[in-house]
Design a protein around this ligand. Structure first.
Ligand SMILES: O=C(O)CCC(=O)C(=O)O
Ligand SMILES: [Fe+2]
Length: 537
């Protein structure tokens, strides 16, 4: 699959440019055939109309008799040959073979890309109508979506059981459909559509019902039945909606307050609200991604920037630039700790080995792909390149921790809407077995290098700390995941926000407990963190 990393999608641009050139040559060849046929037709028509005017007179001329004979012998053989010729055959073969030769996205990619758009819409509160116009946060980024695109996005949302967005996109499709219908009626040039108004209404009605608005769902179904009186499912739905409304009305009548509101208390109905307001941790996460939530001035006042040498002799000459991002747990940003030339090498080494990033199943301990982590990644060994050795040495200097038991450098590229929902980098108790086998202990600390700027979105956020770190090429974030006692620090729960525009590259160096005994001696008493300010789910 290609949608999970932007760099993987570059191959698709190449595919498209080949297809365009094949198609262009094919059409030219076909056009030449049609042009020649038209010319022949015209010649036949001219001669024939003269002959038909007065057959006797025409044939009395021996030259005409000869020409007529010739037209229907030699000439016509040429026409037949032209008709049967297959110009552009080679290009057609190339187009047919393209799927096995060139890089093509799959239907999973289409679903993934559509889901990513929905995620972006949710996280960044993007308006459907603006998005349909190709506008992201007020900036025109791409061409406008067609009615068919809106319908397709609605269908994809429906398949994901996201009824909120199905309603949004199908309403957009319906509005556009009506405008286009009016337009084509006036101009008498209707294009065949890949969907009908009835289909839009069916999706719209059912999703509106799922969202809890039974009356509107019924109205839409009635409209659908006007278009297609024998629509089987619509008839069934109409009955069902009417029953639901009748039951609700009876309930209301029995109510004391005499309110006319429809209560559906006796009807079991799943109401799918906008997913962004369903979970509290999620809503904090999304607010942080949008920049709607920030550290308080009181928190920020405490933070300082300084040059550090961490008692490393080399750093005495070239100290590191440290910016504190959070006091407790201590999270810092190091500036200018990965250089452009290193970044290029790391990217190039990583690209050919990219695989969809996995997560560890908390029950089985197995690695698997998940919708809550969408990116591609690969692992680079320290010995692979001098630059990686340098990066790992710098990581040791930055953290004061031993790199012997650290994991390899993980390099990550996020695709459109690519994200990693709130998680801990350390392993929870259930998963510990996996680490015991490795014998390296838990992930004591994380160093997260930013290898690109990101145009919009893609922040790393810590919901419990109201903290957002914006990617800046060459910087690295560093924090301890564990207390000195070895217990996991729940406040380090963090997430990678979906990338709205741009390509996000990061690399992680996860440092393990093993070998740190003398660098960060363990303590017996964990300091217990304050409770999060929102409800954990
Ligand atoms: O990409 C980011 O900003 C964070 C990535 C992350 O948390 C992880 O890979 O564990
Ligand atoms: Fe993480």
């Amino acid at each position: 699959e290609v949608f999970s990393a932007l760099v993987e999608m570059e191959g698709l641009i190449e595919t498209e440019s080949y297809l365009i050139s094949y198609l262009e040559v094919y059409i030219k060849a076909q056009q030449q055939k049609v042009d020649s046929l038209k010319k022949k037709l015209l010649e036949y028509q001219v001669e024939h109309s003269e002959a038909a005017l007065d057959t006797g007179k025409y044939l009395a001329n021996p030259i005409n008799a000869y020409l007529l004979t010739k037209r229907l012998t030699n000439d016509w053989i040429q026409v037949e040959a032209l008709l049967q010729s297959e110009p552009g055959k080679e290009e057609l073969a190339k187009i047919v073979d393209a799927r096995s030769v060139l890089k093509f996205p799959t239907s999973e990619d289409l679903t993934g890309a559509a889901t990513a758009l929905m995620r972006l819409q949710n996280t960044y509160n993007l308006e459907t109508s603006s998005l349909a116009k190709g506008i992201l946060n007020g900036i025109q980024y791409s061409s406008e979506l067609t009615t068919g695109d809106c319908f397709e996005l609605g269908r994809q949302s429906y398949n994901n059981e996201d009824y909120y967005h199905t309603v949004e996109w199908m309403t957009e499709a319906l509005n556009r459909f009506m405008i286009e219908e009016g337009f084509s009626n006036n101009h008498n040039q209707s294009e065949p559509e890949e969907f009908t108004k009835a289909e839009i209404l069916e999706y719209l009605a059912f999703s509106t019902f799922k969202e809890g608005d039974v009356e509107s769902a019924l109205e839409m179904t009635n409209e659908l039945l006007e278009l297609q009186p024998n629509h089987h499912r619509a008839k069934g739905n109409k009955n069902w909606y009417e029953t639901v409304l009748r039951d609700a009305n009876e309930n209301t009548k029995r109510g004391d307050d005499g309110s006319a509101d429809i209560t559906l208390s006796n009807v079991k109905m799943e109401i799918h609200k906008n997913p962004s307001i369903r979970h509290t941790e999620n809503s904090v996460y999304e607010m942080l991604c949008r920049g709607d939530l920030k550290q308080t001035p009181a928190q920020q006042r405490e933070l300082v920037c300084k040059y550090v040498t961490n008692n490393v002799p080399f750093l005495k000459i070239a100290p590191l630039k440290l910016e504190e991002a959070n006091k407790s747990p201590y999270i810092v940003i190091y500036h200018e700790v990965m250089y452009d030339k290193e970044i290029e090498v790391v990217k190039n080494l990583a690209k050919p080995r990219f695989k969809r990033a996995t997560v560890q199943n908390s029950v089985t301990g197995k690695l698997e792909t998940a919708n809550y982590r969408i990116s591609k990644s690969s692992w680079l060994k320290t010995e692979e390149h001098k630059y990686i050795e340098d990066i790992v040495q710098r990581t040791e200097d930055m953290t004061g921790l031993d790199m012997l038991a650290a994991e390899e450098l993980q390099v990550v590229n996020y695709g459109i809407g690519g994200h990693y929902e709130p998680h801990y980098d350390f392993s929870r108790r259930e998963e510990e077995n996996a680490f015991k086998e490795l014998g390296t202990g838990n992930r004591i600390a994380t160093v997260l290098f930013y290898m690109s700027d990101v145009e919009q979105g893609g922040a790393t956020v810590f919901p419990q700390l109201s903290l957002s770190l914006l990617p800046k090429k060459g910087t690295a974030a560093f924090w301890y995941n564990l207390y000195a006692s070895g217990e996991g620090d729940l406040r380090t729960r963090h997430a990678a926000c979906p990338v709205l525009t741009g390509s996000k590259w990061v690399s992680n160096k996860w440092i393990r407990e093993r070998k740190q005994e003398f660098r960060r001696p363990c303590e017996v008493t964990p300091d217990h963190p304050p409770k999060p300010f929102y409800k954990m789910i």
